[in-house]
Write a protein that binds this ligand. Structure first.
Ligand SMILES: NC(=O)c1ccc[n+]([C@@H]2O[C@H](COP(=O)([O-])OP(=O)(O)OC[C@H]3O[C@@H](n4cnc5c(N)ncnc54)[C@H](O)[C@@H]3O)[C@@H](O)[C@H]2O)c1
Length: 423
């Protein structure tokens, strides 16, 4: 938790790679040893997470980089170097490319690694990082099927036994305003939770048109959002953030789901085979429900929020009169917009770093695995049109191809409810 950060006089510094940076006052000796970090997956978020980590941890330098594509690695390195200068110390022989780049990076002497590839690869990268004895920051989501989730849970348990830290990129869990509201929910200030709703509705995202020299694999990797084996579909890739907040409030995961979904506006094969909307009804063991809605359709309004309905009140992150997070009911609370609210993308790294220094490394592996699994469960219910249980979803097979190479890779058909098989 980052609750003590408000006392730490967070200083604003320049923005780098699009991330608003904030450097906390040092809480450790000036002579603290240099912490070497590495990044696997040097795209938008991998680069942003490097900047966020360096902002949170003044002892850190970026020491090694890995990406499947040389151009992505080079672009990320140049941008980071321009913004963060001597904090970026990546020698040429510490830049690794190709599918096995992660293995090469993990053989170096980095202390902490950032995992920020498309989530399909995360279970393998996490497992290898834990085996190599590295502390880990991993982006959400952390898998795309039950097979991958089980791998993540096993690796997270192993990390715990080895004293390695794992923090996940579900940054709302480190946001001060969210923490204040969820603490009040856990203290019973809205009574018993009877229903939750969550939303990630927005327009479409980027797409890279296929180039004549790209193999199927290269095309899919450069458009990973649109292939379920890489992204998990947008309910997993994006809406996991809101599902995660509800699971945090509730303190458990659902036991089953039914859902609707489809692909109406984004039908061109350039957008792979994923859906563009989902609506899911989840049921928890106590019979309470969670309703989840997500959409990526151009020309439609945005709503990215959660609403937790209790017997004595409502906790919500919907925007009421510019108050982004509040509780309404018999115990009202408002997060005052004038209060300091440091960037949660930085706080998650600060919390990880402080926990390592304190010798009590955080381990968010199981928590983010369960939120990812909940999103996968919703996808499977929508794809199949059937009620799907947690156990059925957990038992789903590996969707990652066996062969990681640049070659032929057919695109699965768009899932058709009524005939799609959950296996
Ligand atoms: N927490 C957040 O708010 C947030 C925001 C954006 C993205 N993300 C997550 O971060 C992750 C990355 O997203 P992004 O927006 O940076 O995507 P991106 O496409 O910008 O970057 C992904 C990078 O991974 C590389 N890559 C792909 N497969 C690889 C492999 N097998 N080995 C090594 N490198 C590989 C790609 O070449 C690319 O450079 C995703 O899981 C995404 O969901 C989280």
């Amino acid at each position: 938790m980052a609750d003590n950060v408000t006392r730490r006089d967070v200083l604003k510094t320049a923005a780098a790679t699009g991330a608003a940076l904030a450097v906390p006052r040092m809480v450790f000796a000036e002579s603290a040893p240099v912490m070497k970090i590495g990044v696997i997956g040097c795209g938008g978020r991998g680069s942003g997470a490097v900047a966020d980590h360096l902002a949170a941890n003044p002892t850190a330098v970026l020491h090694a980089m890995a990406d499947v594509f040389p151009d992505r690695l080079a672009g990320s390195h140049d941008n980071l170097k321009k913004a963060l200068k001597d904090r970026i110390k990546v020698a040429d022989d510490m830049k690794f490319t190709g599918f096995d780049a992660y293995k090469k990076l993990l053989k170096t002497d980095v202390d902490l690694v950032i995992l920020a590839t498309p989530p399909g690869f995360r279970p393998w990268h996490l497992e290898a990082a834990v085996d190599a004895g590295k502390h880990i920051f991993m982006e959400k989501p952390v898998a795309v099927d039950g097979y991958g989730i089980q791998k993540v849970i096993e690796a997270s348990e192993k990390a715990k036994a080895k004293g390695l830290g794992i923090v996940a990129g579900t940054q709302r869990r480190h946001d001060l305003a969210y923490n204040e509201v969820i603490k009040r929910v856990h203290d019973g200030q809205i009574g018993d939770i009877v229903e939750m709703s969550c939303y990630w509705n927005q327009g479409g995202l980027w797409m890279n048109p296929r180039q004549p020299n790209w193999s199927d694999m290269e095309w899919q990797l450069r458009n990973w959002l649109y292939f379920t084996w890489l992204s998990g579909d947008h309910i997993v890739e994006q809406h996991i953030h809101n599902i995660d907040v509800c699971l945090w409030a509730k303190g458990s995961h659902p036991v089953k789901a039914t859902a609707l979904g489809g692909r109406q506006t984004r039908v061109d094969p350039a957008y792979g085979h994923i859906y563009d909307h989902f609506a899911v009804e989840y049921t928890f063991a106590d019979g309470s429900r969670m309703h989840s809605y997500c959409r990526q359709q151009d020309g439609t309004p945005s709503n990215v929020s959660e609403r937790i309905n209790g017997t004595k009140g409502v906790a919500t992150s919907e925007d009421f009169g510019n108050v982004p997070i509040q509780i309404m009911g018999s115990n009202p609370f408002k997060w005052e917009s004038s209060r300091k609210r440091p960037n949660p993308y930085m706080l998650e790294h600060l919390d990880l770093y402080n926990s390592i220094v304190a010798g009590k490394p955080l381990n968010e592996g199981r928590q983010v695995a369960e939120s990812t699994m909940t999103a996968i469960l919703g996808r499977l219910a929508a794809y199949s049109g059937q009620e799907i249980t947690w156990e059925q979803a957990m038992a789903t097979k590996r969707t990652m191809p066996e062969d990681w190479s640049f070659g032929h890779l057919p695109v699965p058909a768009v899932a058709l409810p009524g005939s799609y098989k959950v296996e």
